[in-house]
Design a protein around this ligand. Sequence first.
Ligand SMILES: O=C(O)CCC(=O)C(=O)O
Ligand SMILES: [Fe+2]
Length: 360
Amino acid sequence: MQLTGEPIRVQPLSQSGQTRVPPQYIQPIQHRPVPNNLPDSESTVPLINLFNFDPKRRNPTRESIAAACREWGAFHVTNHGVSSTLLDAVRQVGLTFFNDCPMPEKLRYACVDGAAASEGYGTKMLVGSEQEENDAASEVLDWRDFFDHKTFPLSRRNPNKWPEFPSDYREVMVNYSDEMKVLAQKLLGLISESLGLRRSYIEDAVGEIYQNITVSYYPPCPQPELTLGLQSHSDIGAITLLIQDDVGGLQVLNSGDKWVTVQPLSDAILVLLADQTEIITNGKYRSCVHRAATNPDRARLSVATFHDPAKTVRISPASELINESSPAKFREVVYGDYISSWYSKGPGGKRNIDALLLEP
Ligand SMILES: O=C(O)CCC(=O)C(=O)O
Ligand SMILES: [Fe+2]
């Protein structure tokens, strides 16, 4: 739902030079970001060097992955096999589209108003009556514009729906999508093995991978202390691979109560476990709750690549991880129902997955 008949995007709002944000963007006090310092070495997501993942050194890598998944639900990977040239190219085409493409051209790709997960150029539009009225945070708008791409299975991929400006946008996005899928499969294999499951376990449970890529653009915000670029949430699918520029603003929730800024690392890729992985691992690994803060000086760009099941797939805890001392924590869910609940209730922290707990 939009606020008026005209398409609203945050970027022109930011460029209008207003010193105060419109009230729809002001977060309730308990959700406002406290000014945060750069992470110290003890409180930042772990970094895992996949170069070490040769057959002889597999165990230490698996152990670091297990610890990162248990403690953070998130970790950076380096030596992941994706060239820094491609990572830079994706950031560059994204930034060029948002910074330099004229608005009428951008609006040729506008998302369908109010449609769930529609592809294209948009901003947060689901407000008010479409979400639960008691969740004040969900009704507040994010200080973010985005471009969403449907990229896998190939039957969903239609680059003609993506920007033609800059001219290499579509080609770069196709290459990036292909490489992210390969990396996601490799990581799901490592994550499965780190729990003693066969390498293909999580991928088999997820089935054919549905991949979406969202380029998020957070314009400078005159009142960063009152706003969020993206409200607190965990991603709903299986695994998200995220890159960001050097501006910084992504924060992950650690130990349930501490927001920690994720240091921007230009060559590393951030791995975020999402809700279906938490269900499959019977809660041994948690999905990562995260949000994006804004800043007054520089626009920020991130590219998130989501890997999800098909809507018809039933997701449940792995029977190998269930026994008397570790009973099933979640009931089975059809992924499409999980998505519907997300869109009707809003992200609301971890509320959607909590609804599946067998003993809340
Ligand atoms: O901009 C970011 O760093 C976070 C993006 C994100 O969490 C998402 O698109 O789900
Ligand atoms: Fe996210």
